[in-house]
Design a binder for this molecule. Structure first.
Ligand SMILES: Cc1cc2nc3c(=O)[nH]c(=O)nc-3n(C[C@H](O)[C@H](O)[C@H](O)COP(=O)(O)OP(=O)(O)OC[C@H]3O[C@@H](n4cnc5c(N)ncnc54)[C@H](O)[C@@H]3O)c2cc1C
Length: 397
C-alpha cells in the first residue's frame, strides 16, 4: 500500500533521480516512474559547477562519483581562427577555495549510473521502468498519475507529484498553459574521443571553449580522463526532438573549415567518430510551475540552452530545495511546493536568460567578435568567472 507521504516523480533523468535521493534522505518514500524500458548511460559530458557539486557532496555521493569525475584545472577561452588563448581562469583547488565546492566535469552516463545505483540501494525509493506518465488527477489531498506501461493503462498514487519529465514534459502541458519549447536554430553535436588518440595539449585537464563565427566548440576530459568529450554547436535548421540522432563527422568538420578554424579543434573533430546530435530548444520562463500537490523540476520547469552549462546543475539545485521545503512543511505539501517554486523561479529564470545571452556572445562575428576578444584579454582570466559568482556561490538555505 502507498504511504500517505509517498512522492511520485515522473522522469528518471538527472533531476528526477537526484530529487528521489534528496527526498528519501529526508524520510519520504518515493515512487519514480520512467518511460524508458532501461536506464542507459546516454549522453556525453556534463559540467558540475560548485553550486551543483555542493548538493551532490551533501547527499553523500562524493565517494561514488570520485572515480568518474575529472577536476579541470582551468577554463581556457580561445580564438577559433588564431588559436590565441584569450582568457584563462583557474579551477581545481582555486575553485574549491573560491566557492567552497569543487568544479567537476563528468560523462552524463556516469552521473546517471551513480544516481541509479544509489537509488537501487535505497529501500525508500521504488523505480518503475517502461511507465509513461500521461496525466494526473488530484483528489482528497492525494494525486493519481495516469500512464501507460506496454500499451496498458497504469495508475500510480502518491501525496505529491513531481514532473521531472524533461524538455518535452507532458506534465507541464497538463499543469500550465501549454508552452511549446522554442527552437534556437542551432544544434549541438557530441562525440567522445579516446584520450590517447589526440595530442597531449588536447587531453590536458582543462575545459576549453573555442569561439568562432556562428559556431563554438567545447572539449574537456571525462571518465577519469580516458575520454575527451567534444561538443560542437552550430547554426542549423534541423530541429527534430531527441537527444541521440546520429551525426556525420564530415558534415560537422565542414562547418569548422580550415582558414576559419585553427588546426587543434579541427584535429579533435577529425579524431572523433560516432557523432550524435540534438537540436537546441528552450522555453520562455514559466509563470506557474505547479498547482495543489503537483510541481515541476529540472528541464520540465525551465529548459535552457547549453551556453551556461547549467541544465543539469539547475535540476540538481531544484532537487535540494524541493526536499528541503517538503521536509519543512510535510503536513501541508501544496504549501511546501509553492514555497519551493518561489525559491527557484527567479534564479532559474536568470539562468535561462544568461544562457541565451551567452549564445549571442559566443557566436559573434566581425567587429563584435574583435571587441569581445579585447574584452576577454583585458579580463586576464581573473575576471572571467566573476560574472558567474551568483551561480557558483549558491547554496541551499
Ligand atoms: C537521453 C538523454 C541524453 C542527454 N544528453 C545530454 C548531453 O549529452 N549533454 C547535455 O548537456 N545534456 C544532455 N541531456 C540533457 C540533460 O541531462 C538535462 O538537460 C539536465 O540534466 C536536466 O535534467 P532533467 O532530469 O530535468 O531532464 P532529463 O535529463 O531530460 O530527464 C527527463 C527524464 O524523463 C523521462 N520522461 C520524459 N517524459 C516522460 C513521461 N511522460 N513519463 C515518464 N518519464 C518521462 C525521460 O525519458 C528522461 O529520463 C540529455 C538528456 C537525456 C534524457
Amino acid at each position: 500500500m502507498t504511504s500517505p507521504r509517498t512522492v511520485v516523480i515522473a522522469g528518471a533523468g538527472i533531476g528526477g533521480l537526484t530529487a528521489a535521493i534528496a527526498l528519501a534522505k529526508r524520510g519520504f518514500p518515493v515512487s519514480v516512474i520512467e518511460q524508458a524500458e532501461r536506464l542507459e548511460a546516454i549522453g556525453a559530458g556534463i559540467q558540475l559547477s560548485p553550486n551543483a557539486s555542493r548538493v551532490l557532496v551533501a547527499l553523500g555521493l562524493e565517494e561514488r562519483l570520485t572515480p568518474y569525475v575529472v577536476v579541470p584545472q582551468a577554463l581556457n577561452v580561445m580564438n577559433a581562427r588564431t588559436g590565441q588563448v584569450l582568457a584563462r581562469a583557474a579551477l581545481g583547488d582555486a575553485a574549491v577555495r573560491s566557492y567552497g565546492a569543487p568544479y567537476w566535469v563528468i560523462h552524463r552516463g556516469d552521473l546517471h549510473t551513480v544516481l541509479r545505483e544509489t537509488i537501487e540501494a535505497t529501500p525508500l525509493i521504488a523505480l518503475q521502468l517502461g511507465v509513461r506518465a500521461e496525466d494526473f488527477a488530484v483528489h482528497d489531498g492525494a494525486v493519481t498519475v495516469g500512464g501507460r506501461k506496454g500499451g496498458q493503462p497504469i495508475e500510480t498514487r502518491g501525496a505529491a507529484l513531481i514532473g521531472a519529465d524533461g524538455l518535452w514534459s507532458v506534465l507541464r502541458g497538463r499543469l500550465t498553459n501549454p508552452m511549446q519549447p522554442r527552437f534556437a536554430r542551432h544544434s549541438a553535436w557530441r562525440a567522445l574521443v579516446p584520450a590517447e588518440a589526440v595530442a597531449p595539449a588536447l587531453r590536458a585537464l582543462t575545459v576549453n571553449l573555442w569561439l568562432g563565427r556562428h559556431a563554438h566548440l567545447v572539449h574537456y576530459p571525462v571518465r577519469g580522463g580516458s575520454l575527451i568529450n567534444v561538443v560542437a554547436i552550430l547554426r542549423d535548421r534541423w530541429r527534430e526532438a531527441g537527444w541521440s540522432a546520429p551525426g556525420d563527422r564530415d558534415e560537422v568538420l565542414a562547418r569548422f573549415p580550415a582558414g576559419m578554424w585553427h588546426g587543434a579543434p579541427r584535429d579533435l573533430i577529425a579524431a572523433a567518430s560516432g557523432w550524435h546530435k540534438w537540436a537546441l530548444y528552450d522555453c520562455r520562463p514559466l509563470k506557474q510551475w505547479g498547482a495543489g500537490p503537483v510541481t515541476l523540476l529540472g528541464d520540465a520547469a525551465h529548459p535552457m540552452l547549453p551556453y551556461l552549462a547549467q541544465g543539469a546543475a539547475m535540476a540538481i539545485e531544484d532537487a535540494a530545495v524541493l526536499a528541503q521545503c517538503m521536509s519543512q512543511a510535510s503536513d501541508d505539501l501544496p504549501a511546501a511546493l509553492r514555497r519551493y517554486e518561489d525559491k527557484r523561479r527567479k534564479r532559474t529564470t536568470r539562468a535561462q536568460r544568461a544562457a541565451r545571452r551567452n549564445g549571442t556572445v559566443y557566436h559573434m562575428g566581425g567587429a563584435e567578435a574583435f571587441l569581445r576578444g579585447l574584452a576577454l584579454v583585458a579580463m586576464r582570466g581573473t575576471g572571467l568567472l566573476r560574472p558567474y559568482n551568483w551561480l557558483y556561490h549558491w547554496q541551499p538555505d
